[in-house]
Design a protein around this ligand. Structure first.
Ligand code: GLN
Ligand code: ZN
Length: 446
């Protein structure tokens, strides 16, 4: 029997359907249909001798050689930059205890500060505008105006409910990886390269074919616009290098660690530009860090070392006073908690509400050094949590984490929810924070 080494479930179907893809890059790839054809070719060779597939072999070797030596894959500037990485580049100037007062002075936040994870509901209007802009039906000026209107609405809404650290809502983003891939060099996109993500959800991972770099700022204009609308701190929103790597199709001609470092440098450029644009809080999402773990436990340390280094490379270029956040969607990370702490993000938000804060068990023995937002609102459900429920969860968290380290936020982004549930839930969340602040200051006075 001649068969592929694993199921084709995670391969897109047919490369021949990609009419718009760059012809040269397209030649370097095989989707499921092409892989099956190759299997048939190999079977022919086994049955009828290698001479029977000479043409196919020559063609395939020529393509492989063309790819290996192509200047489109190899960007010498990127390679030189990766080579020149120093340990200091992946280290903040000072430890968290010293950065903290600088951030407190810069941000002036209350205890139990409130924020969200980034996205607000992606309404039908938002999706429509993006789709018709992509099709070329909606002119760019009109699309930009529509997105600006969305941003202004979510900013005003967050101000109206007294949120402490605001977000711009991510209306302009289709997907948290594709959005960045589209703006990075070294990426191509398929039109129909859908693969299953989980259940009935499918994603169209962008394809990394060459050295990755960032030709231009990717998010600065939107974030700066959002910040210009408000006196409150606007939190910029980026996807981190590990997640961009894990949720893309990656090259097989260099180690994943190398590609991850390249992406880390690209995100570093963005972080630096956001800081220069006056943004004081920057979130770099890494929901994929755990799923990137190799199958064999013996390989974990190596992975975690380069993964943590890539994250830090992307974030450690900022001043002490600039606050770096990160976010992880699920939190079975008891066994990698040292690495999570080693990311040295000033604030981390994690999922906890569904497990009723059980995962905080890890924090009983492990004293998490920086600030942490254990999600109090389960965004996977349309249910609206009450104020009491959320104060209960916060009190539970405060038993294992010092209260001055706790942030108040939902479990994840709100893009799949509707406004009808999001509004009351967030308002309850803010009231829960206020209630617990009042209770604690009352306790202190007494
Ligand atoms: N910032 C992203 C959002 O809010 C994070 C999504 C995620 O964690 N998967 O949508
Ligand atoms: Zn999440």
């Amino acid at each position: 029997m001649v068969a592929p080494s694993c199921s084709m479930l995670h391969s897109p179907v047919d490369l021949a359907q990609e009419a718009k893809m760059d012809e040269q890059i397209k030649n370097w790839m095989a989707f499921a249909t092409q892989k099956v054809e190759e299997i048939a070719t190999l079977a022919t060779a086994l049955n009828d001798g290698e001479a029977s597939i000479t043409d196919a072999l020559e063609k395939s070797n020529a393509v492989a050689e063309e790819r290996r030596t192509s200047p489109r894959i190899h960007n010498q500037d990127v390679k030189a930059r990766v080579k020149a990485i120093t340990p200091e580049m992946a280290q903040r100037d000072h430890v968290f205890a010293e950065r903290r007062p600088a951030q407190q002075a810069a941000l002036g936040l209350p205890s139990y500060p409130t924020t969200t994870i980034g996205s607000f509901p992606q309404t039908i209007e938002i999706r429509k505008a993006r789709a018709s802009f992509k099709k070329g039906e909606l002119p760019e000026v009109e699309y930009n105006a529509a997105m600006k209107k969305e941003i202004e609405e979510v900013v005003r809404y967050q101000e109206s409910i007294d949120m402490d650290v605001l977000v711009h809502g991510e209306a302009e983003r289709n997907d948290m990886v594709e959005y960045f891939g589209e703006q990075l060099d070294g990426y191509v996109f398929s039109k129909l390269g859908w693969v299953q993500s989980y259940g009935s959800r499918c994603v169209k991972p962008p394809i990394i074919y060459g050295d990755v770099s960032r030709p231009n700022p990717m998010t600065v204009a939107w974030t700066q616009y959002a910040q210009s609308l408000t006196e409150r701190s606007m939190k910029a929103m980026l996807t981190g290098p590990i997640t961009i790597l894990c949720w893309s199709f990656v090259r097989d001609d260099q180690p994943r660690s190398e590609t991850c470092r390249q992406i880390g440098l690209a995100i570093r450029d963005e972080v630096g530009d956001l800081e220069k644009a006056g943004i004081k809080v920057i979130q770099v999402d890494e929901p994929a860090i755990r799923e990137g773990l190799p199958l064999r436990r013996a390989d974990w340390d190596t992975y975690l070392t380069w993964a943590v280094e890539s994250f830090k490379l992307s974030t450690c270029c900022v001043e002490d006073s600039t606050q770096i956040h990160t976010h992880m969607c699920y939190a079975e990370f008891n066994d990698i908690i040292d690495s999570i702490a080693a990311l040295d993000a000033d604030v981390i938000s994690i999922e906890t509400s569904r497990s009723k804060m059980e995962l905080l068990d890890a924090f009983v023995t492990f004293k998490y050094p920086n600030e942490i937002g254990p999600g109090v609102y389960d965004i996977h459900s349309p249910r609206i949590p009450s104020v009491e429920e959320m104060t209960g969860l916060l009190e539970k968290a405060a038993k294992v984490i010092p209260s001055d380290q706790i942030w108040v936020n939902p479990d994840c982004g709100l893009k799949t929810r509707g406004w009808a549930e999001v509004k009351p839930a967030l308002e309850n969340m803010i009231n829960a924070a206020k209630k617990i602040r009042a209770k604690e200051s009352g306790a202190k006075v007494a």
